[in-house]
Design a protein around this ligand. Structure first.
Ligand SMILES: [Zn+2]
Length: 494
């Protein structure tokens, strides 16, 4: 019998976990290229005598037997994802599907040479493997390991996972959060909506003698989950606001509008081409006034806003007046930003919308809109509201299958137990949070609504970037935290 994990020295646990992590780092495992790492994990768990299922998605599922006499304790799933986001510093030669991650272990941090580290979520996988290898070093009920694929892009692994692996479980501990000391107890669902309509053009009226290109830039943008409540300006909405202001003083026709880059990124730039009967100086003044307003209203959130204007030659064609009205009205109707804050926790966003992109080709204008909500009911409301707006403005729409929300459960037994164990082990109360991004946990809860779930992790900084680094001092406490929970759960009955 190996020494009890709860009384092991932190250094010993850290070294053990890092040994597992090193093996993972040596195997290239960007999203959609998980075959090799999946095979590795299967073999490794089989060598330790466990029965392993590798499903057709390459998810790994393994059941670990309970400590003698604990067979009737609740079944707990330990879960992490095996893929990683592979990014390299500019100029660093790195082939994500072929090259290993080179680790640099400092005193406080583990980093990678020139690339992302993959502590998200390799450290979760490494910790779970470490526990599987040291099963006799702590008391536990039945445990099921689930390592998923493709978390970082589309979540096809968890979506495809057979419900039978979730149906009989009581608890799920997801090890994919990024801050030790934070217990994540809810996440947002989302839906992707494409809107489009056909466009009709006319030759510009020669009375509209000023032809200009307007470029909005210098905005912060950022992830539409994490940064939606940071007071960032949506460049597309601003472009429409500029056009609306021009109509107060003169006539305008639009030839072109483009802005943003993706559903889940706040648009930080936009570009438009207009014809107007105002002078170019008038347009410049309107844009300068708009810059001033943004600085005044949004202050430190958008200090670098820049609106540039340029006189150009007359465009060959401009949007038909009716199309112009319908397009700009529709953009005005789409609220982009925070929609609802939590009544219980004023710092917590419950629902938001991001108008992420507008693009035009000759015949079609297309918009990408992404609502997020921590309750499925709110997502349904968004969808209905947007469909109504689309009908009013004669847009067609295509709505993706919604990603379900993981709604906070105030009666969670697991959360209560986790809070107690954490405080006992660390002498401070953990922070309980509900995040405004999507997690795999949503899909587990959808497959088994009775499943009691939390998401936890070591502290991983700057994930998805070459500056990703793991706080080494959080590894052993995190392992002890998991063990503490498993021991406590093993003392209860399902
Ligand atoms: Zn992750």
């Amino acid at each position: 019998m190996s020494k009890k994990i709860l009384s092991q020295a932190a250094e010993e646990i850290l070294d053990g976990v890092l040994d597992e992590f090193k093996q993972l780092a040596a195997i290239p495992r960007p999203t959609k290229y998980e075959l090799q790492v999946s095979n590795f994990l299967k073999k490794l768990l089989e060598e330790h005598g466990f029965e392993v299922v590798q499903d057709k998605f390459k998810n790994i599922i393994a059941d670990l037997p309970a400590t003698d006499g604990k067979k009737n304790a609740p079944l707990t799933i330990l879960q992490a994802h095996m893929d990683m986001v592979c990014v390299a510093e500019e100029g660093y030669t790195f082939e994500p599907t072929k090259d290993p991650i080179k680790l640099i272990r400092g005193e406080k941090f583990l980093e990678a040479e020139g690339t992302s580290l993959g502590a998200d979520d390799g450290i979760g996988v490494a910790e779970i493997i470490y526990l599987a290898k040291n099963l006799d070093a702590f008391e536990h009920g039945p445990i099921r390991i689930i390592f998923t694929v493709e978390e970082e892009q589309g979540m096809a692994g968890v979506i495809g996972l057979d419900e039978k692996f979730v149906a009989d479980a009581d608890y799920l501990i997801n090890c994919d959060s990024e801050r030790f000391g934070e217990l994540v107890a809810g996440s947002a669902g989302c839906v992707h909506i494409n809107f489009w309509r056909e466009l009709h053009y006319v030759r510009p009226d020669t009375k509209l003698g000023t032809n200009m290109e307007i470029k909005i830039g210098g905005l912060r943008g950022g992830h539409s989950g994490g940064k939606i409540s940071s007071g960032r300006v949506n460049a597309i909405k601003l472009a429409v606001q500029i056009m609306r202001t021009i109509t107060k003083y003169g006539k305008i026709r639009m030839a072109y509008l483009k802005g943003g880059q993706a559903f889940n990124v706040i648009p930080n730039s936009a570009q438009l081409v207009i014809a107007t009967d105002l002078s170019s100086q008038d347009v410049q003044n309107i844009c300068a006034e708009m810059e001033r307003r943004v600085r005044k209203v949004y202050g430190a959130a958008e200090p670098d806003i820049k609106i540039e204007t340029k006189v150009i030659k007359r465009p060959d064609k401009v949007l038909h007046a009716k199309d112009f009205d319908l397009l700009t009205n529709f953009i005005e109707l789409i609220h982009s930003g925070v929609y609802l804050m939590s009544p219980e926790n004023p710092a917590q966003v419950i629902a938001s919308v991001n108008l992420g992109m507008v693009s035009m080709n000759d015949d079609i204008v297309e918009l990408k809109v992404m609502p997020r909500a921590n309750a499925d009911e709110l997502l349904e409301e968004f969808i209905e509201g947007f469909e109504q707006a689309a009908r009013l403005c004669v847009f067609e729409s295509k709505i993706s299958t919604p990603t379900p929300a993981w709604t906070f459960n105030p009666d969670s037994k697991l959360l209560k137990l986790a809070e107690e164990i954490f405080a006992e082990q660390n002498n401070y109360a953990p922070k309980i949070s509900v995040v405004h991004v999507g997690l795999e946990t949503s899909f587990f809860v959808k497959k088994n609504p009775k499943l009691d779930v939390i998401s936890i992790g070591t502290t991983n900084e700057n994930i998805h970037s070459p500056n990703e680094r793991l706080h080494l001092d959080t590894v052993a406490p995190h392992v002890k935290f998991i063990v503490g929970m498993l021991e406590k759960i093993s003392a209860t009955t399902a």
